[in-house]
Write a protein that binds this ligand. Structure first.
Ligand code: CA
Length: 224
């Protein structure tokens, strides 16, 4: 489960990130409305925590734009003022929930969990590519009717690759999205995990799905 947190105040953003990571969420942070606007196009999110007060484009404007583009990701709005009019405006703009500041982190985490449940009911929980499928609820992978056992990290790697199917995933991007590191660990971590994953999802099958793009990274796709 991946959460996007849009908040310009560094301290608040960092508290929220930590609290959600402790709950097992992968967390990305955006600091401006303009960055937030394009973020879901690059990475699909299960929930967005969106502050209204942002420099430049505000949270409500971002939310309206997403909804206009057909993005239905559940959004929890944060606001410095708990005014009824603002709450109504937020819900009208397409927010799924609303939390006035200051809030307790446990409450924020509980509301995010609730939204992930709501989101998974509407979104199809099974990702598919050729005869490979990955159930994002049970974390079960199958290929050609055979169940594939994955460790937690392998699951996250495969989920990321499947959600990005057909697109090139660079090593650094994988490190950021699957390990939540924002630095290069300077090891062959990604290659090691790709090798393990390949042994599980590709080795026994004629059609290979996980391809290396030399010098750039990896792509999961059906070869044409
Ligand atoms: Ca703010």
């Amino acid at each position: 489960m991946r959460v996007l947190v849009v908040e310009d105040e560094r301290k608040t953003a960092s508290f929220i990130r930590k609290a959600l990571q402790e709950e097992g969420f992968a967390v990305d942070v955006c600091r401006t409305g303009d960055d937030a606007l394009i973020a879901p196009a690059a990475t699909p999110y299960d929930v967005v925590v969106l502050d209204i007060m942002l420099p430049g484009r505000d949270g409500l404007s971002v939310l309206r734009q997403w909804r206009k583009q057909g993005d239905t990701t559940p959004v929890l709005l944060l606001s410095a003022r708990g005014e009824v009019s603002e709450r109504v405006e937020g819900l009208d703009a397409g927010a799924d929930d609303y939390l006035p500041k200051p809030f307790a982190l446990v409450e924020l985490a509980a509301r995010v969990r609730a939204l992930t449940r709501r989101g998974s009911e509407t979104k199809t929980p099974v990702l598919k590519l050729a005869d490979l499928s990955l159930d994002t609820v049970t974390h079960r992978a199958q290929r050609g009717g055979t169940t594939i056992e994955l460790t937690a990290r392998e699951y996250r790697l495969l989920e990321f690759l499947m959600r990005s199917a057909g697109r090139l995933c660079g090593r650094m991007m994988i490190v950021e999205k699957v390990w939540d590191y924002d630095f290069d660990p300077g090891t062959n971590l990604v290659d090691v995990y790709i090798k393990r994953l390949r042994e599980k999802i590709d080795a026994k099958f004629e059609q290979k799905l996980l391809h290396t793009v030399r010098g750039s990274g990896y792509v999961l796709k059906e070869e044409s």
